[in-house]
Design a protein around this ligand. Structure first.
Ligand SMILES: Nc1ncnc2c1ncn2[C@@H]1O[C@H](COP(=O)(O)OP(=O)(O)OP(=O)(O)O)[C@@H](O)[C@H]1O
Ligand SMILES: [Mg+2]
Length: 244
């Protein structure tokens, strides 16, 4: 059966400029800049990464700390622009990349539902319709009028996951955020992801829990120092990764 690609990554490279030396003041920085004395070190976070993800797939990204997973997800989410190559995405996206991204710490849980919805492009009316379901799923009934800064990290993850999944996105991006949830909530999230998948949502999933990746993902991409080390069948890739 033909399945369309909803994510297409072609020859993506990402370089970051990092200042090599410590400059103490803006004046010093400016003088050095004029004298062209400022030295930058280029850091290659991603190098020539290509892959595509089909509709309804749950696609895992694995690799050691600093391998480039979050950078790649940020490029897919449109938060970062790649230095080279391009990332094409078809359909509405709900990125859960950093805990509390798209949230305001000073607003209440309830206000943040609307804020997060607006960030993702949904109207107040639409979010109002979804609010009860979001509260129900997050189990944060008694905390909806508490400012987010008083939430635990698990509570923030619950709210973020609930908003991201109850708006039924075409593409769901999850970077580690589930790791802070307790086992009960993780189970609930897995179930919810399966429901989304069966409705045709595509999931991009990053986790350091290889067990969870093995259980959930159809295919896996292994990044090593910004390069594609291996891509393919979940079991094969994870086996080799664990032995590395
Ligand atoms: N804005 C930035 N400026 C400079 N370097 C950056 C920037 N963002 C990421 N990097 C570097 O790019 C590399 C990849 O980072 P990234 O966050 O993508 O790794 P990761 O695979 O998500 O790691 P982890 O498993 O720890 O989350 C790191 O060495 C990091 O220092
Ligand atoms: Mg990361």
């Amino acid at each position: 059966m033909y399945q369309e690609n909803v994510v297409e990554i072609k020859n993506v490279s990402m370089r970051f400029n990092m200042s090599k030396e410590k400059v103490d003041s803006f004046k010093e920085y400016f003088i050095k800049l004029l004298k062209k004395e400022l030295l930058f070190e280029e850091f290659i976070a991603l190098k020539d990464v290509s892959f595509s993800v089909k509709k309804g797939e749950i696609f895992g990204l694995i690799g050691l700390n600093g391998a480039g997973k979050s950078t790649l997800l940020k490029i897919i989410a449109g938060v970062l622009k790649p230095t080279e190559g391009n990332a094409k995405v078809r359909g509405s996206m709900a990125p859960l990349i950093e805990l509390g991204a798209g949230f305001d710490q000073n607003l209440t849980g309830r206000e943040n539902v609307f804020l997060n919805g607006a960030v993702l492009g949904y109207s107040k009316e639409f979010m109002q319709q979804k609010l009860d379901e979001i509260i129900e799923f997050s189990e944060l009934h008694n905390f909806m009028d508490t400012p987010l800064k008083n939430y635990s990290s698990g509570m923030k993850a619950r709210l973020g996951f609930s908003v991201a999944t109850l708006i039924n996105p075409k593409i769901l991006i999850i970077d580690e955020v589930l790791a802070v949830g307790d086992f009960k909530f993780q189970k609930k999230c897995e179930k919810r992801m399966q429901e989304l998948l069966s409705n045709g949502t595509t999931v991009l999933f990053v986790s350091h829990s290889i067990g969870q990746v093995e259980k959930m993902c159809d295919r896996v991409l292994w990044l090593e120092k910004g390069r594609v080390k291996m891509i393919g069948d979940t079991k094969e890739v994870c086996e080799l990764y664990k032995k590395s």
